[in-house]
Write a protein that binds this ligand. Structure first.
Ligand code: NAP
Ligand code: ZN
Length: 348
């Protein structure tokens, strides 16, 4: 099958139209027409080879909403015409303790990412949702619950689950004091999800620029991280902080904001961090932790949770050919609050 897509061909060049041959459908495969694909900051990191592991040409995209166009002979969960979704993974070993526990993202034999990963059977590099079609094995395809607006649901598949998972795993409930550092794609989802769980939510942003939006999205307070006296006044006031900042940064201004036994969970910067003082950790049994996306059962649960609570991202719809402009704006933090590519705009 020939698939039309957009690809990065090097770390310095803009994304451009690209076609590739996809494998034939396997017995457990679901083929879908991609309807919408969200634009994650990870797509930008990968296109620019920020993590030193990109193989070109790279077709990014791991926030995918699609409609089933064909199924393999063993597929039982989906039929042609179903609304489905794919997130950041398309395979894992399915055999280890983590896969059995529904934590496929922590597969002992490494998950297969939706793009830039070797396929477990034929070694071909996977390609993501900046494309007209996508094929994934049934176990990694999610059902889109009735009532969830397809045009806005795509960002739930990465920004949504990446913040839902730590909120759930740190037992956020009524009254939990949650701080969210960085109000971008992940951060704005974290606000909505934490509010949906009953938390008391504070956005920790670099300037007052996003304050009105943060309050509109349901945050109770906004703390400006560059305002030292406000930061000092906010010491010991959080049970959990989710850090979505995409670049290397210093955690020392943030760890004292945690109450005793509080945790700061890193989901943003994947890579080296600046040296950090152990004093706030030792003096308050505070923890710094990390979290990677979420497992398949948890992702399905998150989609149901969002459908039930009517939680959807704030999306800025773009055409496929606007992707390079979108990347530039993402780099500047100028997104309100997730770009979503309308694939109907891509007439290949
Ligand atoms: P985004 O939309 O660009 O949002 C990041 C936000 O961080 C910005 O809106 C900004 O918020 C703040 N920020 C940006 N630069 C900063 C800086 N130098 N210092 C302090 N704050 C800064 O990005 P995203 O799509 O949410 O992704 C965030 C990160 O998560 C990326 O690195 C991505 O690769 C990573 N990620 C991780 C996982 C995982 O599984 N752990 C999954 C998906 C993505 P303010 O303007 O409010 O300060
Ligand atoms: Zn992502």
């Amino acid at each position: 099958m020939t698939i039309s897509a957009y690809a990065a061909t090097s770390s310095e060049t803009p994304l451009e139209p690209f076609t590739f041959e996809h494998r034939e459908l396997r017995n457990n495969d679901v083929a879908m027409e991609v309807l919408y694909c969200g634009v994650c900051h990870s797509d930008l990191h990968m296109a620019r080879n920020d993590w030193g592991m990109t193989s070109y040409p790279l077709v990014p995209g791991h926030e995918i909403i699609g409609r089933v166009t064909a199924i393999g002979s063993d597929v039982t969960k989906y039929k042609i015409g179903d609304s489905v979704a794919v997130g950041c993974m398309v395979d894992s070993c399915q055999n280890c303790d983590q896969c059995h526990a529904g934590n496929e993202q922590y597969c002992r034999h490494e998950m297969t990412a939706t793009y830039n990963s070797p396929d477990r059977q034929d070694g071909q590099i996977t390609r993501g949702g900046y494309a007209k079609q996508l094929i994934a094995r049934e176990e990694f395809v999610l059902r889109v619950p009735d009532g969830l607006d397809l045009s806005r649901a795509a960002p739930l598949l990465c920004a949504g689950i990446t913040t839902y998972s730590p909120l759930r795993n740190w037992n956020v409930r009524q009254g939990t004091r949650v701080g969210i550092i960085g109000m971008g794609g992940l951060g704005h989802m974290a606000i909505k999800l934490a509010i949906g769980m009953g938390a008391e939510v504070t956005v920790i942003s670099r300037s007052k620029r996003k304050e009105a939006d943060a309050l509109r999205l349901g945050a109770h307070k906004v703390l400006i991280s560059t305002d030292e006296s406000s930061m000092q006044a906010a010491a010991n006031s959080f049970d959990l902080i989710i850090d979505t900042v995409p670049y290397t940064h210093n955690l020392d201004p943030y760890t004292p904001l945690l109450d005793i036994d509080g945790s700061l969970v890193m989901v943003g910067q994947i890579g080296p961090m600046e040296a950090q003082s152990s004093v706030p950790l030792i003096m308050g049994r505070r923890r710094v932790a990390g979290s990677l996306i979420g497992g398949i059962p948890e992702t399905q649960e998150m989609l149901e949770f969002c459908a039930e609570k009517n939680i959807l991202p704030d999306c800025e719809m773009i055409r496929m050919d606007q992707i390079n402009e979108a990347f530039e704006r993402l780099e500047k933090g100028d997104v309100h609050y997730r770009f979503v590519i309308d694939m109907a705009s891509f007439n290949s």
